[in-house]
Ligand binder design. Structure first.
Ligand code: EPZ
Length: 419
């Protein structure tokens, strides 16, 4: 099992090119199922999760190619609507093929995604929304079997809580429904707007982008198009955090400041100097120790849960103390015991954590538990004195493209060791 060996203590300086967003790439790939002519998606990040979904879509009989940073798909050879457990269990966002398959082919059999380290992550809202559009849903033997005679019917969908995947699934399904669908309490993450923009390019009729109410007027069919995946706001924030925690200066390029204003505000609250360009962001910590900052994770446009672990790591060496509340997932503090092994002072009470900054973290062998927790351990190792060994880094390969090269490019002493 691969590990990272990181020699900490360097101020990181330099430029990082940001990749396409994992959490946009996955729904965009699922949406290829809706196109009745070839579709091309570029700026696709080469990640394990992306490759898993490409494999699952190929298993449907779709002619799908992934070359360089571009995926091309032609659904004319699609010959089944079955998403098997062995693929879905490794990448739970596979559930996003359910809506497109039912909407276009009238039937789908998709494995229920397991839970994952950060929570049970049920999909009840996805199923409730599809039923509101007339799908008949049966769940047995760990599979969701969804069917509709003829087309889905436009209707009213009201989510009990803000769900990114639920919003994406029903948005895709509604594009081919007969009539108008109103989606209330919709998630507003930029990745949903990116999906909506591609669906519109394919001929869909969607209003209310960036709001919590989406109105979709169904059409008979959607055609292919050329599209580029939006920049990854979480990857951007993660590399800017590397500058904040080491007192360095990092410029992230091929990104968009508008995607992560809430995070940039927090970096400024820490005392960092943040400069925004049209497609770049520079964070200069000027050799200073950041001030610890408090926050609650909430749906976009508030503080994203996917940046919680990374900012907690920065807080661990921050001045003063801060309170972090995780309101989205029930078990997203698994990086805490690992950070504590490195000398962090963090007290957890339920979904609240109080971080009291320490001058220096110390190197220790630690273990990655989930994607974003892995990056928080990398951040801590970059700031710690000595050599840190991080185990189970297969988690990080799910969401950070070329991570060693990107970190080495800004001066980090990191290498991947196997065994
Ligand atoms: C997406 O997951 C992201 N993944 C997650 O990123 C992100 O943390 C999450 O949204 C929240 O922003 C992708 O986009 C591939 P949700 P998703 O449905 O869609 C509950 C990362 O690190 N819920 O918005 O699965 C759920 O349990 C990953 O890149 C239900 O109860 O998240 C959670 O508590 C991690 N029933 C909350 O809602 C449902 O049917 C938000 O989940 C659906 C969700």
């Amino acid at each position: 099992m691969d590990k990272f060996l990181i020699q900490g203590g360097q101020k990181l300086e330099g430029e990082v090119r940001i990749s396409g967003a994992k959490n946009a790439a996955l729904p965009l790939l699922a949406a290829t199922i809706l196109a009745d002519s070839p579709i091309r998606i570029s700026n696709m990040p080469n990640l394990r999760d992306v490759n898993t979904l490409v494999k699952l879509i190929a298993g449907l009989g779709v002619a799908i190619e992934y070359a360089g940073d571009t995926v091309t798909a032609d659904t004319s050879t699609l010959n089944n609507q079955f998403a098997p457990y062995d693929l879905v269990k490794t990448m739970r966002a596979s559930i996003l093929v359910l809506g497109p398959l039912v909407a276009r082919y009238g039937e789908a059999k998709v494995s229920l995604p397991g839970g994952c380290a950060i929570g049970s992550r049920p999909v009840d809202q996805h199923l409730k929304a599809l039923e509101a559009l007339g799908a008949h849903i049966e769940v047995e033997n760990g599979y969701v079997h969804a069917k509709v005679d003829g087309r889905l019917k436009g209707g009213e969908v009201i989510f009990d809580m803000v769900t990114v995947g639920g919003t994406e699934n029903i948005l895709m399904a509604a594009t081919l429904a007969d009539g108008v669908t109103t989606i209330r309490n919709a998630a507003r993450e930029p990745e949903i707007t990116d999906l909506a923009n591609m669906l519109i390019k394919m001929g869909a009729k969607i209003e209310g982008l960036d709001t919590d109410t989406l109105v979709v007027t169904g059409v008979e069919s959607l055609h292919g198009c050329d599209y580029a995946v939006v920049a990854d706001r979480i990857e951007t924030g993660s590399y800017l955090a590397a500058a904040a925690i080491t007192g360095g200066r990092v410029r992230t390029t091929h990104t968009d400041p508008a995607l992560l204003e809430c995070i940039l505000d927090k970096f400024e609250e820490m005392g960092a100097e943040v400069t925004r360009g049209e497609d770049w962001i520079e964070l200069d910590m000027q050799g200073k120790r950041p001030k610890a900052v408090s926050f609650r994770t909430l749906p976009h446009p508030d503080f994203p849960t996917d940046m919680q672990a990374q900012i907690m790591a920065v807080n661990a060496i921050g001045r003063g103390f801060a309170t972090i509340s995780e309101t989205i997932f029930e078990n997203r503090f698994m990086h805490v015991p690992e950070l504590s092994r490195m000398g962090a002072n963090i007290q957890v009470e339920g979904n609240d954590a109080v971080v009291t900054g320490v001058e220096k973290l110390s190197a220790a062998p630690v273990m990655a538990t989930d994607l974003r927790a892995s990056f928080s351990l990398v951040l801590a190792a970059l700031a710690a004195e000595g050599e840190t060994l991080i185990d189970r880094i297969y988690h990080i390969d799910r969401g950070y493209e070329h991570i060693e090269a990107k970190l080495q490019g800004i001066g980090a002493k990191i290498k991947r060791v196997s065994g």
